[in-house]
Design a protein around this ligand. Structure first.
Ligand code: MN
Length: 185
């Protein structure tokens, strides 16, 4: 066994789990407005739909419904859908789990992670609610921001409506967009 296999922290390489992976939040106007938080993990975008959007307010608790994984090529999509609705890239950046086994943390229903985005910064927690364990129909979680240096009281996603990709609002993207037949939840 080589020494580097025993002591990888001395190899000079940053472990992949510490280097961080991309995340995106899409503001999606569908039947109901929601924000899709998507974390790249294991070759897919693990996703939660957050009706009121993520917040930096450490006193807030946001419902976050765990939804199906999305393909990586959806990461920076913005545009309008022929069936109605539109989506913008509301925020993006790098996420890092506060721990070493994100798949296990998600399976266990409690993920602590840091975001370095354009709008979202600091330590967040996603925690599955008891309703799911008790057989609730939806995979409901809560999203919260820890009381750290990046917390901002009263911060509301709706006060920051523009795309970090194009600078456009949902209305502007929708009016410019050629309607596609794509459909996304
Ligand atoms: Mn959606």
């Amino acid at each position: 066994m080589s020494e580097s296999a025993v002591t990888p922290e001395r190899s000079g390489e940053v472990p992949a789990s510490d280097a961080g992976k991309p995340f995106v939040v899409q503001r999606h106007r569908a039947r109901r407005l929601h924000y899709d938080l998507r974390l790249e993990l294991g070759g897919v975008l693990v996703s939660w739909a957050v009706p009121k959007g993520p917040t930096l307010d450490a006193d807030a608790r946001r419902l976050a419904v765990h939804v199906e994984d999305h393909a990586l090529d959806y990461f920076d999509y913005e545009g309008a859908f022929a069936g109605g609705g539109d989506v913008i890239v509301w925020d993006w950046g790098i996420w890092r789990q506060a721990g070493s086994h994100p798949e296990r943390a998600i399976a266990d229903g409690e993920l602590h992670f840091d975001l370095v985005g354009t709008k979202l910064l600091g330590r967040f927690v996603l925690v599955r609610t008891d309703g799911y364990r008790l057989g609730g129909a939806k995979d409901n979680w809560l999203l919260l921001h820890k009381r750290d240096a990046h917390a901002v009281a009263g911060w509301d996603a709706e006060d920051h409506p523009r795309s970090v990709k194009s600078g456009l609002t949902n209305d502007e993207v929708s009016s410019l967009s050629q309607k596609t037949n794509a459909a996304h939840d």
